[in-house]
Design a protein around this ligand. Structure first.
Ligand code: MSP
Length: 632
């Protein structure tokens, strides 16, 4: 089965910002998900390059519209390539095949009797490229959508008989559950149509940066209205009227758009399609807008978020996660660095990253990294059943374009897996000679994590590949069917890995420079073997690790040094490590250092050793050893 997924094509009057990234990332996630499910999926994006707005923007910069469009279009393409957006086709409306397709479509609608010539008299907002009547405007003839001043237009124009399609459109909204999503937005569209549709002016004569009318009409002073030109891009991409080679994808089309352009996609576009005798899209899904500190982003306010800058500092996939998770699809959301950091450190680091570390740590300790599925269902069937419900719900949420719900459901599985470790305490089971149960618990967690990784891979592809690699399996459609649809369990061989989500500080610096300890060795520093014998360094395992309230440097550890009781040690390494990433790791500890009290209340019973080279790395051993082993 084929699926077609589209983003809007972006105006080239300005460089890409967070809003563009949001639409594109949702569409990319959906396209990757459909491929994972085994659908033959075609995903397109591109740039919208004609119209008065672009002509004016180019003029202000002393460029031709084409030069300017070339420059900005390449920025969009470069950003999507940098962001690893999995598009199959990047369209530009200045492409020759597109111009031809728009002319062919225009001619078809004309021949059908849906286009007639008349005169347009009304108001036009260049910024929104939209016509308005006086009654729709705000005070002082300002645009009801963007608030800018509109201009009065009186010119010869061709019109499209939009009013003719009112009933058919209403029938479409009524009969198709998915025609417009979310439902609330659909109701807005329905009431707009019920308010009565006026025929739409679809050509302009007062400027010429646009697609000319078909030669057959012999009317050179008109160019196409930019929205007609732009919407037809979805057909050009599939080869419509120029070979139709990919038109089979059209039957199952999902258009992702922002709420501001829903009217064009849910009213004008289906009306054009009805006129062209083409099937209507399966779904037009409209998301809300991102604001900054509650305000609309705009260049004049200087509060526009550059997606590349955020991704560079916080990580592309962390940013993807944040955008998809932070706001319910369809609602507006406010961008805040604090919320982004919180999600990275808690849901990603403490939740998902921690789960992987614990599985690696436990499997290393209990079964030499081999994870055997055999007893999993015997001991933990109810947990497997619980996860199954979350999986079903995550899949249907994404199928119904609710990316935030999809992630919430996945995180219920993350919580379930972390929760069973806390609940059943496998380390206690091991002590009580219940190794079978402890190993089955590790297998339960590893299998849950594998399901999470497959399910989450459309949103965070590279991260999930790392998880799959750490558990030695591969993410594919076969794996999706096997472990998500058919509930099969897997055996794994775990591999120690770098932390997935290093903790992010409020103001991360790209290279956290540590003042280097310049230690010059002189003759006086030489010690004898007896001096060295005074130092007792032991290998110990981190049982617990947490940040110390009131300090941005200190971590507080419980370390098993093979003694009766674990030691409490404080170490100034919080800038370099995420506490949860260290649990289960073996470290080297100077064990006969005199105890000292830090921050007036914490006794520290030793020192954890590390190497410094501008950054900081804890010392460990090359293979697992018994806790308490002496380093010498
Ligand atoms: N060129 C038209 C679309 C033609 S599609 C046939 C267009 N381009 S746009 O560049 O202005 O906007 C493209 C998309 O970016 C829209 O979906 C819009 O909703 C989205 N966003 C622009 N600013 C936004 C935010 N601040 N927040 C979220 N998305 C917003 O419209």
């Amino acid at each position: 089965m084929k699926k077609y997924i589209t983003t809007p094509i972006y105006y080239v009057n300005d460089v890409p910002h967070i809003g563009h990234a949001y639409t594109t990332i949702i569409a990319d996630t959906l396209a990757r998900f459909r491929r994972l499910q085994g659908f033959d999926t075609f995903f397109m994006t591109g740039t919208d390059e004609h119209g008065q707005k672009i002509e004016q923007a180019a003029k202000q910069r002393n460029k031709t519209p084409q030069e300017y469009a070339d420059e900005i279009s390449s920025k969009f393409k470069a950003l999507w390539d940098d962001f690893d957006i999995s598009y199959d086709y990047f369209i530009r409306t200045t492409d020759e095949n597109h111009k031809k397709t728009v002319q062919n479509a225009f001619m078809k609608m004309y021949e059908k009797g849906d286009i007639y010539k008349g005169e347009y008299e009304g108001f036009y907002c260049v910024s929104c490229e939209t016509f308005f009547t006086q009654t729709q405007l705000l005070d002082d003839n300002c645009c009801p959508d963007c608030g800018r001043k509109t201009s009065v237009v009186k010119e010869e124009s061709y019109f499209f008989k939009l009013s003719k399609y009112e009933d058919e459109l209403l029938k479409w909204y009524e009969t198709s559950d998915t025609s417009v999503l979310p439902k609330g937005k659909k109701n807005e569209v329905i009431s707009f149509v019920k308010g009565g549709l006026k025929d739409l002016s679809i050509t302009r004569t007062s400027f010429d940066w646009g697609v000319k009318l078909p030669d057959d009409l012999n009317d050179a002073k008109h160019v196409m209205y930019v929205w007609l030109d732009a919407l037809v891009n979805y057909l050009t991409t599939l080869g419509y009227t120029l070979g139709d080679e990919k038109m089979a994808y059209w039957d199952d089309t999902t258009h992702l758009v922002g709420k501001d352009i829903l009217r064009f996609h849910a009213i004008y576009w289906p009306a054009f399609l009805l006129s062209l005798d083409l099937p209507l899209p399966k779904c037009v899904a409209a998301h809300g807008w991102w604001t900054k500190d509650g305000e609309k982003m705009s260049k004049s306010k200087g509060n526009v978020i550059n997606p590349k800058e955020v991704a560079d500092v916080y990580g592309l996939e962390n940013f993807r996660y944040f955008l998809l998770r932070e706001v319910p699809f369809g609602q507006d959301g406010d961008y805040s660095k604090k919320a982004l950091i919180e999600r990275i450190n808690s849901e990603l680091g403490n939740g998902l990253g921690n789960l992987l570390n614990r599985i690696i740590g436990m499997s290393g300790k209990y079964s030499e990294y081999k994870i055997d599925k055999n007893n999993t269902a015997k001991f933990y069937q109810s947990e497997l059943d619980e996860a199954k419900e979350y999986i079903k719900s995550a899949i249907s949420s994404l199928e119904n374009i609710m990316p935030n719900r999809y992630l919430e459901e996945i995180w219920k599985i993350v919580a379930l897996a972390n929760g069973v470790i806390a609940k059943y305490e496998p380390w206690t089971m091991m002590k009580n000679n219940k190794a079978d149960e402890a190993n089955a618990l590790v297998s339960l967690c590893a299998n849950l994590l594998a399901k999470i990784a497959v399910l989450l891979s459309p949103a965070m592809p590279k991260t999930c590949d790392k998880i799959a690699n750490a558990l030695s399996f591969e993410i594919s459609n076969e794996m999706y069917v096997k472990i998500l649809l058919n509930d099969e369990l897997l055996d794994f061989v775990a591999k120690p890995t770098q932390p997935l989500f290093p903790r992010v500080e409020d103001e991360p610096q790209k290279d956290q420079e540590m003042p280097k300890q310049e230690i010059k060795q002189s003759k006086d520093d030489i010690i004898t073997i007896d001096d060295f014998a005074k130092i007792i360094i032991k290998v110990g395992e981190v049982l617990e690790c947490e940040r110390v309230e009131g300090s941005d440097k200190l971590l507080k550890f419980k370390i098993d040094l093979g003694e009766d009781k674990p030691r409490q040690i404080l170490s100034g390494i919080a800038k370099f490590y995420n506490p949860s990433d260290l649990i289960g790791k073996q470290v080297c500890v100077l064990s006969n250092l005199k105890e000292r009290t830090m921050m007036k209340k914490y006794v520290s019973q030793g020192m954890i050793l590390s190497a410094e080279d501008g950054s900081l790395t804890l010392l460990g051993t090359h293979a697992k050893v018994k806790n308490g082993s002496i380093v010498g």
